[in-house]
Design a protein around this ligand. Sequence first.
Ligand code: ADP
Ligand code: MG
Length: 598
Amino acid sequence: MSMIQLLPGNIANLIAAGEVVQRPSSVVKELIENSLDAGATQITLVVNDSGRTLIQVIDNGSGMTPEEAELCFQRHATSKISKAEDLYNIRTYGFRGEALASVAACADVILRTRKEEDDTGTEVHIAESKVISSVPVNAHPGTNIAVRNLFYNIPARRKFLKSDNVEYRQIVSEFTRAAIPNYNVGFKFIHNSKEVFLLSPVNNVKIRISQIGNKEISKDLVDLQTDTTLVKITGYVGTPQNARKNQPNQYLFVNGRYFRSPLLHKAVLNAYSRVITEGYQPAYFIFLKIDPCNMDVNIHPTKTEIKFENDSIIFEILNAAVKEAIGGNSFVPSIDFDREGVPEIPVAPKDFKYVSPPKINFNPLFNPFKDLDNGTDDGGSPSNYYLQKNFEGGRAESSLLFMESAAEDTPFLLLRGKYILTSVKSGLMIIDIKRAVERILYTDYIEALSESKPAIQENLFPQTLDMDHGSFTLLMNEKPRLLRMGFDIRPFGDDCIVIYGLPAALKNEKLDIKECMDSLVMDLQEPENKDFDKEYKEKIALSIVKSVRYSSREYTKAEAQTILGRLFSCPDCAFSPFGLPCMKIIAMEDIAALLQKN
Ligand code: ADP
Ligand code: MG
Protein backbone atom coordinates (compact mmCIF):
# COMPACT_ATOMS: atom_id res chain seq x y z
CA MET A 1 0.00 0.00 0.00
CA SER A 2 1.32 3.41 -0.86
CA MET A 3 1.80 6.31 1.48
CA ILE A 4 -0.81 8.96 2.03
CA GLN A 5 0.30 12.20 0.42
CA LEU A 6 -1.09 15.61 -0.41
CA LEU A 7 -2.18 16.08 -4.00
CA PRO A 8 -0.26 18.66 -6.01
CA GLY A 9 -2.32 21.84 -6.47
CA ASN A 10 -2.99 21.36 -10.17
CA ILE A 11 -4.40 17.86 -9.64
CA ALA A 12 -6.60 19.11 -6.79
CA ASN A 13 -7.85 21.83 -9.13
CA LEU A 14 -8.56 19.29 -11.84
CA ILE A 15 -10.60 17.23 -9.43
CA ALA A 16 -12.56 20.31 -8.34
CA ALA A 17 -13.01 21.20 -12.01
CA GLY A 18 -14.65 17.85 -12.55
CA GLU A 19 -17.42 18.92 -10.22
CA VAL A 20 -17.83 22.55 -11.10
CA VAL A 21 -17.05 22.54 -14.82
CA GLN A 22 -18.94 19.71 -16.40
CA ARG A 23 -19.50 21.28 -19.78
CA PRO A 24 -19.26 24.63 -21.56
CA SER A 25 -22.52 25.85 -20.06
CA SER A 26 -21.04 25.46 -16.55
CA VAL A 27 -18.35 27.97 -17.50
CA VAL A 28 -21.01 30.33 -18.86
CA LYS A 29 -22.92 30.08 -15.60
CA GLU A 30 -19.88 30.73 -13.39
CA LEU A 31 -18.60 33.66 -15.43
CA ILE A 32 -21.96 35.42 -15.66
CA GLU A 33 -22.50 34.92 -11.94
CA ASN A 34 -19.13 36.49 -11.24
CA SER A 35 -20.09 39.52 -13.34
CA LEU A 36 -23.39 39.85 -11.48
CA ASP A 37 -21.62 39.52 -8.14
CA ALA A 38 -19.28 42.30 -9.29
CA GLY A 39 -22.30 44.59 -9.71
CA ALA A 40 -22.22 44.72 -13.51
CA THR A 41 -25.16 46.45 -15.24
CA GLN A 42 -24.11 45.32 -18.71
CA ILE A 43 -22.91 41.81 -19.53
CA THR A 44 -21.89 40.44 -22.91
CA LEU A 45 -21.46 36.72 -23.57
CA VAL A 46 -19.52 35.66 -26.65
CA VAL A 47 -19.43 31.98 -27.54
CA ASN A 48 -17.95 30.09 -30.48
CA ASP A 49 -18.66 26.50 -31.45
CA SER A 50 -21.07 25.89 -28.60
CA GLY A 51 -18.34 26.84 -26.17
CA ARG A 52 -15.72 24.34 -27.33
CA THR A 53 -13.33 26.95 -28.67
CA LEU A 54 -14.37 30.16 -26.91
CA ILE A 55 -16.45 31.37 -23.99
CA GLN A 56 -15.96 35.04 -23.22
CA VAL A 57 -17.75 37.27 -20.75
CA ILE A 58 -17.31 41.04 -20.71
CA ASP A 59 -18.76 43.13 -17.91
CA ASN A 60 -18.72 46.67 -16.53
CA GLY A 61 -18.57 45.52 -12.91
CA SER A 62 -16.13 46.37 -10.12
CA GLY A 63 -13.03 44.95 -11.83
CA MET A 64 -9.93 43.70 -9.99
CA THR A 65 -6.58 45.09 -8.85
CA PRO A 66 -3.43 43.52 -10.37
CA GLU A 67 -2.99 41.40 -7.22
CA GLU A 68 -6.58 40.21 -7.26
CA ALA A 69 -6.33 39.41 -10.95
CA GLU A 70 -3.70 36.77 -10.19
CA LEU A 71 -5.10 35.65 -6.88
CA CYS A 72 -8.60 34.95 -8.22
CA PHE A 73 -7.35 31.77 -9.94
CA GLN A 74 -6.17 30.28 -6.66
CA ARG A 75 -8.44 27.69 -5.19
CA HIS A 76 -10.59 29.01 -2.33
CA ALA A 77 -9.77 32.57 -3.34
CA THR A 78 -12.94 34.56 -2.81
CA SER A 79 -13.81 38.09 -1.84
CA LYS A 80 -17.33 37.10 -0.86
CA ILE A 81 -17.02 35.40 2.50
CA SER A 82 -14.39 35.59 5.18
CA LYS A 83 -15.79 33.81 8.23
CA ALA A 84 -17.93 30.77 8.96
CA GLU A 85 -21.05 32.78 9.86
CA ASP A 86 -21.03 34.30 6.38
CA LEU A 87 -21.99 30.89 5.04
CA TYR A 88 -25.40 31.33 6.63
CA ASN A 89 -26.04 34.69 5.10
CA ILE A 90 -25.11 34.32 1.46
CA ARG A 91 -26.35 37.04 -0.83
CA THR A 92 -23.96 36.55 -3.75
CA TYR A 93 -23.98 33.82 -6.38
CA GLY A 94 -20.43 32.72 -5.63
CA PHE A 95 -18.74 32.10 -2.30
CA ARG A 96 -16.71 28.91 -2.66
CA GLY A 97 -13.83 30.47 -4.56
CA GLU A 98 -13.56 27.46 -6.83
CA ALA A 99 -14.92 28.50 -10.19
CA LEU A 100 -12.01 30.38 -11.70
CA ALA A 101 -9.49 27.89 -10.27
CA SER A 102 -11.46 25.07 -11.84
CA VAL A 103 -11.77 26.78 -15.20
CA ALA A 104 -8.06 27.61 -15.22
CA ALA A 105 -7.26 23.94 -14.63
CA CYS A 106 -8.92 22.79 -17.83
CA ALA A 107 -8.71 25.62 -20.34
CA ASP A 108 -6.59 28.43 -21.64
CA VAL A 109 -7.70 31.64 -19.90
CA ILE A 110 -6.97 35.29 -20.51
CA LEU A 111 -8.32 37.78 -17.98
CA ARG A 112 -8.25 41.48 -18.59
CA THR A 113 -9.57 43.67 -15.79
CA ARG A 114 -9.44 47.14 -14.35
CA LYS A 115 -10.93 48.90 -11.40
CA GLU A 116 -12.47 52.21 -12.31
CA GLU A 117 -10.21 54.19 -9.96
CA ASP A 118 -7.01 52.60 -11.38
CA ASP A 119 -5.27 54.15 -14.38
CA THR A 120 -4.22 50.90 -15.97
CA GLY A 121 -5.66 47.46 -16.08
CA THR A 122 -4.04 44.02 -15.85
CA GLU A 123 -3.93 41.13 -18.27
CA VAL A 124 -3.29 37.67 -16.85
CA HIS A 125 -2.74 34.65 -19.05
CA ILE A 126 -3.12 31.33 -17.30
CA ALA A 127 -3.12 27.71 -18.48
CA GLU A 128 -3.08 24.43 -16.58
CA SER A 129 -3.42 26.40 -13.36
CA LYS A 130 -0.14 28.25 -13.99
CA VAL A 131 0.28 31.98 -14.55
CA ILE A 132 2.02 32.33 -17.89
CA SER A 133 2.11 36.11 -17.88
CA SER A 134 0.68 39.07 -16.01
CA VAL A 135 1.14 42.52 -17.53
CA PRO A 136 -0.35 46.01 -17.23
CA VAL A 137 -2.58 46.93 -20.18
CA ASN A 138 -5.05 49.55 -21.27
CA ALA A 139 -8.51 48.36 -20.38
CA HIS A 140 -12.07 49.55 -19.83
CA PRO A 141 -13.29 49.47 -16.23
CA GLY A 142 -14.70 46.05 -15.52
CA THR A 143 -13.66 42.53 -16.45
CA ASN A 144 -13.19 40.70 -19.72
CA ILE A 145 -12.42 37.02 -19.41
CA ALA A 146 -11.87 34.66 -22.34
CA VAL A 147 -11.84 30.88 -21.87
CA ARG A 148 -10.40 29.00 -24.87
CA ASN A 149 -10.26 25.33 -25.84
CA LEU A 150 -12.09 23.92 -22.88
CA PHE A 151 -10.87 20.47 -21.78
CA TYR A 152 -7.91 20.64 -24.22
CA ASN A 153 -5.93 18.73 -21.58
CA ILE A 154 -8.71 16.28 -20.65
CA PRO A 155 -9.60 14.21 -23.74
CA ALA A 156 -12.06 12.05 -21.80
CA ARG A 157 -14.07 15.15 -20.93
CA ARG A 158 -14.05 16.37 -24.50
CA LYS A 159 -15.38 13.05 -25.70
CA PHE A 160 -18.06 13.15 -23.05
CA LEU A 161 -19.55 16.35 -24.49
CA LYS A 162 -22.83 16.06 -26.35
CA SER A 163 -23.62 17.31 -29.84
CA ASP A 164 -23.12 20.98 -30.65
CA ASN A 165 -26.86 21.47 -30.53
CA VAL A 166 -27.25 20.01 -27.07
CA GLU A 167 -24.31 21.96 -25.65
CA TYR A 168 -25.62 25.14 -27.26
CA ARG A 169 -29.06 24.66 -25.76
CA GLN A 170 -27.50 24.19 -22.33
CA ILE A 171 -25.67 27.47 -22.75
CA VAL A 172 -28.88 29.24 -23.70
CA SER A 173 -30.52 27.75 -20.61
CA GLU A 174 -27.80 29.02 -18.29
CA PHE A 175 -27.94 32.40 -19.97
CA THR A 176 -31.70 32.72 -19.50
CA ARG A 177 -31.56 31.46 -15.92
CA ALA A 178 -29.24 34.36 -15.15
CA ALA A 179 -30.98 36.95 -17.32
CA ILE A 180 -34.53 36.43 -16.05
CA PRO A 181 -34.09 37.32 -12.37
CA ASN A 182 -31.57 40.06 -13.26
CA TYR A 183 -33.95 41.91 -15.52
CA ASN A 184 -32.46 45.27 -14.59
CA VAL A 185 -29.13 44.22 -16.09
CA GLY A 186 -28.53 44.51 -19.84
CA PHE A 187 -27.40 41.30 -21.55
CA LYS A 188 -26.06 40.47 -24.95
CA PHE A 189 -25.31 36.99 -26.28
CA ILE A 190 -23.33 36.40 -29.46
CA HIS A 191 -22.82 32.89 -30.87
CA ASN A 192 -20.51 32.30 -33.84
CA SER A 193 -20.57 36.04 -34.54
CA LYS A 194 -24.37 36.12 -34.62
CA GLU A 195 -26.36 38.05 -32.08
CA VAL A 196 -28.73 35.65 -30.34
CA PHE A 197 -30.09 37.89 -27.57
CA LEU A 198 -29.97 41.61 -27.02
CA LEU A 199 -31.76 42.33 -23.77
CA SER A 200 -31.92 45.93 -22.70
CA PRO A 201 -32.32 46.51 -18.96
CA VAL A 202 -36.00 46.63 -17.98
CA ASN A 203 -37.83 47.31 -14.75
CA ASN A 204 -40.12 44.33 -14.69
CA VAL A 205 -39.51 40.62 -14.93
CA LYS A 206 -42.49 39.99 -17.18
CA ILE A 207 -40.97 42.21 -19.84
CA ARG A 208 -37.71 40.29 -19.51
CA ILE A 209 -39.60 37.03 -19.97
CA SER A 210 -41.12 38.35 -23.17
CA GLN A 211 -37.71 39.64 -24.32
CA ILE A 212 -36.31 36.14 -23.97
CA GLY A 213 -39.14 33.92 -25.01
CA ASN A 214 -41.73 35.26 -27.27
CA LYS A 215 -44.71 37.48 -26.69
CA GLU A 216 -46.94 34.42 -26.64
CA ILE A 217 -45.51 33.00 -23.45
CA SER A 218 -45.87 36.13 -21.40
CA LYS A 219 -49.40 36.71 -22.65
CA ASP A 220 -50.58 33.40 -21.26
CA LEU A 221 -49.17 33.85 -17.79
CA VAL A 222 -51.19 34.35 -14.68
CA ASP A 223 -49.89 36.27 -11.66
CA LEU A 224 -48.73 34.34 -8.67
CA GLN A 225 -48.33 36.04 -5.35
CA THR A 226 -48.26 35.16 -1.71
CA ASP A 227 -46.56 36.58 1.32
CA THR A 228 -45.88 34.64 4.50
CA THR A 229 -43.33 35.14 7.24
CA LEU A 230 -41.37 32.14 5.98
CA VAL A 231 -41.41 32.82 2.27
CA LYS A 232 -42.54 35.46 -0.15
CA ILE A 233 -43.59 34.10 -3.52
CA THR A 234 -44.03 36.11 -6.70
CA GLY A 235 -44.00 35.23 -10.35
CA TYR A 236 -46.15 33.75 -13.05
CA VAL A 237 -47.67 30.43 -13.95
CA GLY A 238 -48.99 29.37 -17.32
CA THR A 239 -52.67 28.87 -18.00
CA PRO A 240 -53.66 25.19 -18.22
CA GLN A 241 -54.71 25.63 -21.84
CA ASN A 242 -51.18 26.57 -22.76
CA ALA A 243 -49.43 23.63 -21.18
CA ARG A 244 -46.89 22.03 -23.49
CA LYS A 245 -45.58 18.58 -24.11
CA ASN A 246 -42.03 19.57 -24.94
CA GLN A 247 -39.62 21.76 -23.07
CA PRO A 248 -42.01 23.87 -21.10
CA ASN A 249 -40.54 27.04 -19.62
CA GLN A 250 -40.09 26.09 -16.00
CA TYR A 251 -38.03 28.19 -13.69
CA LEU A 252 -37.66 28.28 -9.93
CA PHE A 253 -35.55 30.96 -8.30
CA VAL A 254 -34.74 31.60 -4.70
CA ASN A 255 -33.37 35.03 -3.82
CA GLY A 256 -32.57 35.48 -7.51
CA ARG A 257 -30.73 32.16 -7.86
CA TYR A 258 -32.03 29.51 -10.24
CA PHE A 259 -32.42 26.14 -8.56
CA ARG A 260 -33.78 22.71 -9.22
CA SER A 261 -36.25 21.10 -6.89
CA PRO A 262 -38.26 17.99 -7.72
CA LEU A 263 -40.29 18.66 -4.59
CA LEU A 264 -41.35 22.20 -5.46
CA HIS A 265 -41.84 21.20 -9.10
CA LYS A 266 -44.33 18.69 -7.77
CA ALA A 267 -45.99 21.37 -5.68
CA VAL A 268 -46.67 23.30 -8.88
CA LEU A 269 -47.70 20.35 -11.06
CA ASN A 270 -49.97 19.01 -8.37
CA ALA A 271 -51.99 22.23 -8.49
CA TYR A 272 -52.72 21.49 -12.15
CA SER A 273 -53.36 17.81 -11.71
CA ARG A 274 -56.97 17.80 -12.83
CA VAL A 275 -56.90 20.57 -15.35
CA ILE A 276 -54.06 19.49 -17.61
CA THR A 277 -53.94 16.53 -19.94
CA GLU A 278 -51.50 13.86 -18.90
CA GLY A 279 -48.08 14.39 -20.41
CA TYR A 280 -48.51 18.14 -20.74
CA GLN A 281 -46.74 20.57 -18.44
CA PRO A 282 -47.40 24.17 -17.52
CA ALA A 283 -44.93 27.01 -17.82
CA TYR A 284 -43.85 28.66 -14.60
CA PHE A 285 -41.53 31.42 -13.50
CA ILE A 286 -41.49 31.38 -9.72
CA PHE A 287 -39.46 33.59 -7.44
CA LEU A 288 -39.10 32.71 -3.77
CA LYS A 289 -37.71 35.11 -1.25
CA ILE A 290 -36.43 33.44 1.87
CA ASP A 291 -34.16 34.60 4.65
CA PRO A 292 -30.75 33.11 3.65
CA CYS A 293 -30.35 31.76 7.17
CA ASN A 294 -33.28 29.40 6.55
CA MET A 295 -31.62 27.65 3.64
CA ASP A 296 -28.35 26.06 2.61
CA VAL A 297 -26.94 26.72 -0.86
CA ASN A 298 -23.77 24.88 -0.08
CA ILE A 299 -24.91 21.31 -0.56
CA HIS A 300 -23.93 21.02 -4.19
CA PRO A 301 -20.81 22.25 -6.04
CA THR A 302 -22.83 24.01 -8.73
CA LYS A 303 -25.33 25.35 -6.15
CA THR A 304 -28.35 24.34 -8.22
CA GLU A 305 -29.71 22.26 -5.40
CA ILE A 306 -30.73 23.99 -2.24
CA LYS A 307 -31.73 22.72 1.14
CA PHE A 308 -34.60 24.54 2.80
CA GLU A 309 -35.15 24.23 6.48
CA ASN A 310 -38.94 24.04 6.07
CA ASP A 311 -39.39 22.45 2.70
CA SER A 312 -42.69 20.74 3.43
CA ILE A 313 -44.23 24.02 4.55
CA ILE A 314 -42.89 25.77 1.47
CA PHE A 315 -44.41 22.96 -0.59
CA GLU A 316 -47.83 23.66 0.89
CA ILE A 317 -47.58 27.42 0.53
CA LEU A 318 -46.46 27.18 -3.10
CA ASN A 319 -49.07 24.58 -3.94
CA ALA A 320 -51.84 26.72 -2.47
CA ALA A 321 -50.56 29.83 -4.22
CA VAL A 322 -50.54 28.14 -7.62
CA LYS A 323 -53.98 26.65 -7.06
CA GLU A 324 -55.30 30.05 -6.20
CA ALA A 325 -53.62 31.65 -9.20
CA ILE A 326 -55.02 29.21 -11.72
CA GLY A 327 -58.29 28.69 -9.89
CA GLY A 328 -59.05 32.37 -10.05
CA ASN A 329 -58.34 32.36 -13.73
CA SER A 330 -59.08 29.04 -15.31
CA PHE A 331 -62.65 28.79 -14.13
CA VAL A 332 -63.93 29.65 -17.55
CA PRO A 333 -61.20 30.01 -20.16
CA SER A 334 -62.42 33.19 -21.75
CA ILE A 335 -62.90 35.23 -18.65
CA ASP A 336 -59.35 34.48 -17.71
CA PHE A 337 -58.17 37.95 -18.19
CA ASP A 338 -61.28 40.00 -17.68
CA ARG A 339 -62.49 38.97 -14.33
CA GLU A 340 -65.57 41.08 -14.37
CA GLY A 341 -67.71 38.83 -16.44
CA VAL A 342 -69.30 35.69 -15.19
CA PRO A 343 -71.18 33.90 -17.93
CA GLU A 344 -74.88 34.57 -18.03
CA ILE A 345 -75.71 31.00 -17.27
CA PRO A 346 -77.85 29.90 -14.35
CA VAL A 347 -75.60 28.46 -11.73
CA ALA A 348 -77.17 25.52 -9.99
CA PRO A 349 -76.85 25.25 -6.22
CA LYS A 350 -74.12 22.94 -5.00
CA ASP A 351 -76.47 20.20 -3.87
CA PHE A 352 -78.24 20.10 -7.22
CA LYS A 353 -77.77 16.56 -8.56
CA TYR A 354 -77.38 15.73 -12.19
CA VAL A 355 -80.38 13.61 -13.12
CA SER A 356 -80.95 12.94 -16.74
CA PRO A 357 -84.27 11.54 -17.90
CA PRO A 358 -84.38 7.77 -17.91
CA LYS A 359 -83.50 6.05 -21.10
CA ILE A 360 -86.40 4.57 -22.89
CA ASN A 361 -84.72 2.66 -25.63
CA PHE A 362 -85.13 -0.59 -23.80
CA ASN A 363 -84.21 -3.49 -26.02
CA PRO A 364 -86.44 -6.54 -25.43
CA LEU A 365 -84.01 -8.75 -27.34
CA PHE A 366 -81.27 -7.93 -24.92
CA ASN A 367 -79.48 -11.06 -23.83
CA PRO A 368 -77.68 -10.53 -20.54
CA PHE A 369 -75.63 -13.66 -21.01
CA LYS A 370 -74.23 -12.72 -24.35
CA ASP A 371 -70.45 -12.43 -24.47
CA LEU A 372 -69.79 -8.80 -23.79
CA ASP A 373 -66.37 -8.71 -25.37
CA ASN A 374 -67.80 -8.36 -28.85
CA GLY A 375 -70.24 -5.65 -28.13
CA THR A 376 -68.13 -2.74 -27.11
CA ASP A 377 -68.04 0.77 -28.34
CA ASP A 378 -70.43 0.93 -31.24
CA GLY A 379 -72.81 3.23 -29.45
CA GLY A 380 -75.92 1.21 -30.06
CA SER A 381 -75.06 -2.27 -28.99
CA PRO A 382 -77.46 -3.41 -26.32
CA SER A 383 -74.90 -5.71 -24.76
CA ASN A 384 -73.17 -2.89 -22.97
CA TYR A 385 -76.17 -0.69 -22.55
CA TYR A 386 -77.22 -0.30 -18.97
CA LEU A 387 -80.78 -0.99 -18.15
CA GLN A 388 -82.09 0.14 -14.87
CA LYS A 389 -84.99 -0.60 -12.63
CA ASN A 390 -86.26 2.90 -12.92
CA PHE A 391 -87.46 2.40 -16.44
CA GLU A 392 -90.94 2.50 -15.26
CA GLY A 393 -93.79 4.57 -16.53
CA GLY A 394 -93.86 6.77 -13.48
CA ARG A 395 -90.36 7.98 -14.05
CA ALA A 396 -90.92 8.61 -17.71
CA GLU A 397 -93.82 10.82 -16.83
CA SER A 398 -91.90 12.87 -14.35
CA SER A 399 -89.25 13.33 -16.96
CA LEU A 400 -91.81 14.96 -19.21
CA LEU A 401 -92.59 17.44 -16.48
CA PHE A 402 -88.93 17.99 -16.09
CA MET A 403 -88.59 18.82 -19.77
CA GLU A 404 -91.34 21.35 -19.62
CA SER A 405 -89.83 23.29 -16.79
CA ALA A 406 -86.47 23.16 -18.50
CA ALA A 407 -87.91 24.66 -21.63
CA GLU A 408 -88.68 27.88 -19.79
CA ASP A 409 -85.03 28.57 -18.79
CA THR A 410 -82.09 30.18 -20.62
CA PRO A 411 -82.20 29.86 -24.20
CA PHE A 412 -79.50 27.76 -25.70
CA LEU A 413 -78.98 25.78 -28.83
CA LEU A 414 -78.27 22.08 -28.84
CA LEU A 415 -76.08 21.06 -31.73
CA ARG A 416 -76.47 17.45 -32.85
CA GLY A 417 -76.88 16.32 -29.26
CA LYS A 418 -73.18 16.98 -28.70
CA TYR A 419 -72.65 20.69 -28.14
CA ILE A 420 -74.44 23.43 -26.30
CA LEU A 421 -74.17 26.89 -27.80
CA THR A 422 -75.13 29.82 -25.68
CA SER A 423 -74.60 33.53 -25.51
CA VAL A 424 -72.32 34.91 -22.78
CA LYS A 425 -71.09 38.37 -22.00
CA SER A 426 -68.00 38.20 -24.18
CA GLY A 427 -69.38 36.20 -27.09
CA LEU A 428 -70.52 32.73 -27.95
CA MET A 429 -69.88 29.89 -25.54
CA ILE A 430 -69.59 26.35 -26.84
CA ILE A 431 -69.85 23.52 -24.36
CA ASP A 432 -68.78 19.99 -25.16
CA ILE A 433 -71.56 17.99 -23.50
CA LYS A 434 -69.66 14.75 -23.28
CA ARG A 435 -66.78 16.36 -21.42
CA ALA A 436 -69.16 18.34 -19.25
CA VAL A 437 -70.85 15.06 -18.29
CA GLU A 438 -67.48 13.55 -17.46
CA ARG A 439 -66.76 16.47 -15.15
CA ILE A 440 -70.16 16.17 -13.46
CA LEU A 441 -69.96 12.42 -13.02
CA TYR A 442 -66.45 12.70 -11.72
CA THR A 443 -67.58 15.24 -9.13
CA ASP A 444 -70.62 13.18 -8.13
CA TYR A 445 -68.71 9.95 -7.93
CA ILE A 446 -65.98 11.44 -5.74
CA GLU A 447 -68.73 12.67 -3.47
CA ALA A 448 -70.28 9.20 -3.41
CA LEU A 449 -66.94 7.64 -2.55
CA SER A 450 -66.81 9.85 0.50
CA GLU A 451 -69.89 8.20 1.91
CA SER A 452 -69.30 5.05 3.92
CA LYS A 453 -71.74 3.10 1.78
CA PRO A 454 -72.14 4.68 -1.60
CA ALA A 455 -75.53 4.11 -3.21
CA ILE A 456 -75.58 1.19 -5.59
CA GLN A 457 -77.91 1.08 -8.52
CA GLU A 458 -79.01 -2.49 -9.14
CA ASN A 459 -79.08 -3.65 -12.70
CA LEU A 460 -82.38 -4.90 -13.98
CA PHE A 461 -80.51 -7.44 -16.00
CA PRO A 462 -77.30 -8.33 -14.26
CA GLN A 463 -74.46 -8.64 -16.74
CA THR A 464 -71.93 -11.39 -16.95
CA LEU A 465 -68.37 -10.95 -18.03
CA ASP A 466 -65.58 -13.47 -18.57
CA MET A 467 -62.36 -12.49 -16.89
CA ASP A 468 -58.87 -13.87 -16.94
CA HIS A 469 -58.16 -15.95 -13.88
CA GLY A 470 -55.94 -13.36 -12.18
CA SER A 471 -58.45 -10.56 -12.52
CA PHE A 472 -61.28 -12.82 -11.40
CA THR A 473 -59.45 -13.83 -8.23
CA LEU A 474 -58.53 -10.25 -7.48
CA LEU A 475 -62.10 -9.00 -7.86
CA MET A 476 -63.48 -11.78 -5.69
CA ASN A 477 -60.91 -11.17 -2.96
CA GLU A 478 -61.69 -7.48 -2.89
CA LYS A 479 -65.47 -7.61 -2.61
CA PRO A 480 -65.70 -5.30 0.44
CA ARG A 481 -63.55 -2.71 -1.29
CA LEU A 482 -65.66 -3.00 -4.43
CA LEU A 483 -68.83 -2.38 -2.42
CA ARG A 484 -67.13 0.63 -0.94
CA MET A 485 -66.73 1.89 -4.52
CA GLY A 486 -70.33 1.17 -5.39
CA PHE A 487 -69.89 -2.10 -7.29
CA ASP A 488 -71.83 -5.25 -6.53
CA ILE A 489 -69.96 -8.00 -8.32
CA ARG A 490 -70.38 -11.72 -7.68
CA PRO A 491 -68.86 -14.92 -9.06
CA PHE A 492 -70.62 -16.88 -11.76
CA GLY A 493 -68.78 -20.12 -12.41
CA ASP A 494 -65.22 -20.36 -13.66
CA ASP A 495 -63.59 -16.97 -14.01
CA CYS A 496 -66.89 -15.38 -14.87
CA ILE A 497 -68.47 -12.50 -12.94
CA VAL A 498 -71.95 -11.08 -12.72
CA ILE A 499 -72.35 -7.37 -12.25
CA TYR A 500 -75.42 -6.85 -10.11
CA GLY A 501 -75.01 -3.21 -9.34
CA LEU A 502 -73.04 -0.11 -10.26
CA PRO A 503 -72.42 3.20 -8.48
CA ALA A 504 -75.69 5.12 -8.45
CA ALA A 505 -73.79 8.30 -9.21
CA LEU A 506 -73.20 6.96 -12.72
CA LYS A 507 -76.62 5.50 -13.24
CA ASN A 508 -77.72 7.73 -16.07
CA GLU A 509 -74.74 7.09 -18.23
CA LYS A 510 -73.84 4.31 -20.49
CA LEU A 511 -70.68 2.63 -19.30
CA ASP A 512 -68.27 0.60 -21.31
CA ILE A 513 -68.42 -2.29 -18.89
CA LYS A 514 -65.33 -4.09 -20.09
CA GLU A 515 -63.29 -0.91 -19.80
CA CYS A 516 -64.81 -0.31 -16.39
CA MET A 517 -63.85 -3.76 -15.04
CA ASP A 518 -60.35 -3.47 -16.49
CA SER A 519 -59.94 -0.14 -14.68
CA LEU A 520 -61.16 -1.65 -11.43
CA VAL A 521 -58.71 -4.50 -11.73
CA MET A 522 -55.91 -2.02 -12.30
CA ASP A 523 -56.91 0.13 -9.34
CA LEU A 524 -57.30 -2.82 -7.02
CA GLN A 525 -53.82 -4.05 -7.81
CA GLU A 526 -52.34 -1.26 -5.78
CA PRO A 527 -52.41 -2.51 -2.20
CA GLU A 528 -51.43 0.75 -0.54
CA ASN A 529 -54.75 2.24 -1.61
CA LYS A 530 -56.71 0.42 1.07
CA ASP A 531 -57.50 3.66 2.82
CA PHE A 532 -59.78 5.88 0.85
CA ASP A 533 -57.71 9.01 0.90
CA LYS A 534 -58.41 11.94 -1.40
CA GLU A 535 -55.84 11.00 -3.98
CA TYR A 536 -57.11 7.45 -4.20
CA LYS A 537 -60.71 8.58 -4.62
CA GLU A 538 -59.66 10.88 -7.42
CA LYS A 539 -57.80 8.07 -9.10
CA ILE A 540 -60.70 5.64 -8.93
CA ALA A 541 -63.19 8.26 -10.06
CA LEU A 542 -60.99 9.07 -13.00
CA SER A 543 -60.68 5.50 -14.16
CA ILE A 544 -64.37 4.76 -13.74
CA VAL A 545 -65.41 7.93 -15.56
CA LYS A 546 -63.10 6.81 -18.35
CA SER A 547 -65.47 3.95 -19.05
CA VAL A 548 -68.19 6.51 -19.72
CA ARG A 549 -65.86 8.40 -21.94
CA TYR A 550 -65.37 5.44 -24.23
CA SER A 551 -69.02 5.14 -25.06
CA SER A 552 -70.72 7.83 -27.04
CA ARG A 553 -74.25 9.06 -27.39
CA GLU A 554 -76.29 12.10 -28.22
CA TYR A 555 -77.92 14.11 -25.47
CA THR A 556 -81.43 15.51 -25.41
CA LYS A 557 -82.33 19.10 -24.89
CA ALA A 558 -83.64 18.36 -21.39
CA GLU A 559 -80.44 16.60 -20.47
CA ALA A 560 -78.43 19.47 -21.90
CA GLN A 561 -80.40 21.86 -19.71
CA THR A 562 -79.63 19.86 -16.58
CA ILE A 563 -75.99 19.48 -17.53
CA LEU A 564 -75.69 23.20 -18.12
CA GLY A 565 -77.09 23.95 -14.70
CA ARG A 566 -75.02 21.39 -12.92
CA LEU A 567 -71.68 21.90 -14.68
CA PHE A 568 -71.02 25.31 -13.21
CA SER A 569 -71.28 24.09 -9.66
CA CYS A 570 -68.45 21.58 -10.19
CA PRO A 571 -64.92 22.52 -9.21
CA ASP A 572 -62.66 22.89 -12.27
CA CYS A 573 -65.73 23.01 -14.50
CA ALA A 574 -63.79 24.45 -17.40
CA PHE A 575 -62.02 21.14 -17.96
CA SER A 576 -62.95 17.51 -18.15
CA PRO A 577 -61.29 15.34 -15.50
CA PHE A 578 -58.92 14.31 -18.27
CA GLY A 579 -57.81 17.88 -18.74
CA LEU A 580 -59.57 18.64 -22.00
CA PRO A 581 -61.58 21.85 -22.23
CA CYS A 582 -65.31 21.51 -21.52
CA MET A 583 -65.98 24.90 -22.99
CA LYS A 584 -64.59 27.63 -25.16
CA ILE A 585 -65.76 31.12 -25.87
CA ILE A 586 -65.54 32.68 -29.29
CA ALA A 587 -65.12 36.37 -28.57
CA MET A 588 -67.39 38.94 -30.20
CA GLU A 589 -64.52 40.43 -32.13
CA ASP A 590 -63.52 37.01 -33.46
CA ILE A 591 -67.04 36.44 -34.67
CA ALA A 592 -67.00 39.82 -36.37
CA ALA A 593 -63.61 39.05 -37.89
CA LEU A 594 -64.89 35.72 -39.12
CA LEU A 595 -67.69 37.42 -40.99
CA GLN A 596 -65.37 40.01 -42.50
CA LYS A 597 -63.74 37.42 -44.69
CA ASN A 598 -65.24 36.27 -47.91
P1 ADP B 1 -16.40 32.97 -6.00
O1 ADP B 1 -17.29 33.60 -6.99
O2 ADP B 1 -16.98 31.78 -5.37
O3 ADP B 1 -15.87 33.94 -5.00
P2 ADP B 1 -14.65 32.56 -8.25
O4 ADP B 1 -13.56 31.59 -8.48
O5 ADP B 1 -15.80 32.53 -9.17
O6 ADP B 1 -15.12 32.39 -6.76
O7 ADP B 1 -14.04 34.00 -8.27
C1 ADP B 1 -12.99 34.32 -7.38
C2 ADP B 1 -12.97 35.80 -7.07
O8 ADP B 1 -12.54 36.53 -8.21
C3 ADP B 1 -14.29 36.40 -6.69
O9 ADP B 1 -14.57 36.24 -5.31
C4 ADP B 1 -14.11 37.86 -7.08
O10 ADP B 1 -13.46 38.56 -6.05
C5 ADP B 1 -13.15 37.79 -8.25
N1 ADP B 1 -13.85 37.90 -9.54
C6 ADP B 1 -14.16 36.89 -10.37
N2 ADP B 1 -14.81 37.34 -11.46
C7 ADP B 1 -14.92 38.68 -11.33
C8 ADP B 1 -15.50 39.72 -12.13
N3 ADP B 1 -16.11 39.47 -13.31
N4 ADP B 1 -15.40 40.99 -11.68
C9 ADP B 1 -14.78 41.24 -10.50
N5 ADP B 1 -14.25 40.32 -9.70
C10 ADP B 1 -14.30 39.04 -10.09
MG1 MG C 1 -17.88 32.81 -8.78
